[in-house]
Design a protein around this ligand. Sequence first.
Ligand code: KG4
Ligand code: ZN
Length: 338
Amino acid sequence: MQSEMRILGIETSCDETGVAIYDSEKGLLAHTLYSQVTIHAEYGGVVPELASRDHIRKIIPLIEEVMTEAGLCRKEINGVAYTAGPGLVGALLVGACIGRTIGFAWNVPTIGVHHMEGHLLAPMLEPNPPSFPFIALLVSGGHTQLVKVAKMGCYEILGESVDDAVGEAFDKTAKLLGLGYPGGAALAELADQGNPDRFHFPRPMIDRPGLEFSFSGLKTFAANTITSQSQDQQTRADIARAFQDAVVETLMIKCRRALHLTGWKTLVVAGGVGANRALREQLQQMVVGESAAVYFPRQEFCTDNGAMIAYVGCQRLLAGEHIDLSIKVYPRWPLSDL
Ligand code: KG4
Ligand code: ZN
């Protein structure tokens, strides 16, 4: 087995084209990201066909960019990793075809990576990474899950959302507040100007035992509050604040419960909503009371990126895994299948 490996990572599961190079000894050498957000904004959501076409346009120049930034030639790349799912099938196929083809042309092993495993292990890219085992809170536009991570590749889902994902609830509420799409970060910014005492939103499913989540009722509660109130700037900010406080407290309560249930002392938070400052602050406070520790990826690696895919690909290739010449993607792919 090779001791040092430099892996090219490619992420194209949704509306961001991410490319990175990870070195098993030196860490991340280069990464770049192109976001399609302006293309989809006018439609109020991701248009799959437009996403696939734009990945095709951007992927090769972005690969050239990271190779130049890392100062590497193709002979110095020892493997290629691409996101194989879950995600939009057309978008996934672009990264899979390019990744598999480069692997073939450069004569290096290739591996298809699970997008959520990428998110889950993104904190490993930080200077002070968590150690196994840990509880992971995965909060993105498509997922809300608490996962028991015994070691890499060993994932047990402890609980997940029975309806909307938390990022989806952020985005839908943001849209109702006229904040565009995807509006999670804009809603968080508006919430900073809100009065925390004006509205009180329910904390869904905290009275029931277990680690399941539900966010669609909260979104409806927000919709009803918005239509019953005047739409001045302060009222919109107060609603955003009440919504965010309810989401953050609910996530915090379930994380604390997961730590109690397992007796584990390490919490990892990942996925786009992990960029939320209020969530990060509340979880930091909560773990102090539990004599536990919480780890986050840096803000830019909370949302989709190529670095997390290069990292996971590197670990799996180092362990001797790789795929054959076929190109496969999995639009639906349970993390517990890994
Ligand atoms: O992980 P991600 O980039 O893509 C998926 O795999 O889904 O997550 C995107 C989600 C979107 O719903 C976006 O609104 C949300 O993360 N998001 C945030 C923040 N930044 C991104 N939600 C709340 N607060 C933020 N600061
Ligand atoms: Zn993602």
